[in-house]
Design a protein around this ligand. Sequence first.
Ligand code: NDP
Ligand code: X2W
Length: 337
Amino acid sequence: MAKIDVAIIGASGYTGLELMKILINHPHFNITYIATTEGGMKASELHPSLLGVFEQEVLKADASEVAKHAKLAFLALPHKAAMGFAKELLDLHVKVVDLSADYRLELEAYEKHYCEHEDKEHLKEAVYGLPEINRAKIKEANLIANPGCYPTASILGILPFLSYLKKDAPIFIDAKSGVSGAGKKPTPTAHFVSINENIFAYNPLKHRHEPEIAEKLRLVSGHPFEVNFVPHLLPVSRGMLVSAYLQTNEVIDAKATLQAFYKNERFVRIREVPVDIKSTAGTNFCDIFVSQKGKSIFVSSSIDNLLRGASAQAVVNANLMCGFEESAGIPIIAYVP
Ligand SMILES: NC(=O)C1=CN([C@@H]2O[C@H](COP(=O)(O)OP(=O)(O)OC[C@H]3O[C@@H](n4cnc5c(N)ncnc54)[C@H](OP(=O)(O)O)[C@@H]3O)[C@@H](O)[C@H]2O)C=CC1
Ligand SMILES: CC(=O)N[C@@H](CCC(=O)OP(=O)(O)O)C(=O)O
């Protein structure tokens, strides 16, 4: 089978590196174009870990050049920078998997929580790339809005219980992320001295992922659940642990419900003991554990923020868009110990 040529824009960042690591060995994709804002170096100069492994030239990002070299492009750019580029690529008939938040939300919510949208036309056709809820649509899509890392872990944990939830009870989500979730640009909170042997909440009840989680739960359930979301920064490089506290209408068998819901899903694993971040680090798995006391449910999920939360999920989406096996080239062996 002929390989499909793909581009990575934003190759200098953390998710750009993870995309390269997955795509270098992918059975059906060929990296033909990689770019940063300025270009002019080799991939191994951007990321010394690629020395002797992947020496491709990094170019200055240019949409018309992408269209000459690739059928599909991964955008690993910050919000706002991504939509300008995506618009150009889509007009040139290049399929796009956008890792940023630019196409994830309905217009009104996006403009309330981010900025004015510069590509309202394509926003209408974007498909939210969480395969467990949108697999059929992803297969037909030209533009994928790859989900945020916190929303991926949160939605996957809550989804099996949505139809049993008490409609007037708020959903509480306590989330913790490794520092790579903030991207490679150093910030005061990500400084070694601030984060080492420390833990703290940030943007409690006003993080931009709260509306993303609420919107997707509403679209699946038809009910506007109140979502209360509090993220924390963990003193680790990668990994994400999300715990949700739920109330059901009736007493259900939570574990049986969870198992039945995900029985055919390759990248969701149901754990018998509370989940941990090391068992999913380096993989596309979302591990989920559930415990209950009558109608009160504790559901906890773990993902690698850079992989299931970004780059590996992006490649799963590209696999589906191109008619390949969903799991082709997707990492499944965790970085343990
Ligand atoms: N890190 C994570 O865990 C997750 C990240 N995401 C999303 O994926 C996208 C990429 O994230 P990540 O790789 O972590 O980010 P990084 O900050 O590590 O990398 C982003 C890259 O984009 C390039 N860039 C291009 N235009 C701009 C600009 N205007 N301002 C700043 N940088 C620019 C920069 O490289 P250069 O200037 O060299 O071109 C930079 O290396 C983001 O939208 C992020 O929100 C989503 C889920 C999880
Ligand atoms: C630890 C940390 O800072 N995490 C980021 C979210 C991760 C991410 O990149 O999500 P988006 O794709 O929506 O930007 C944050 O809280 O903003």
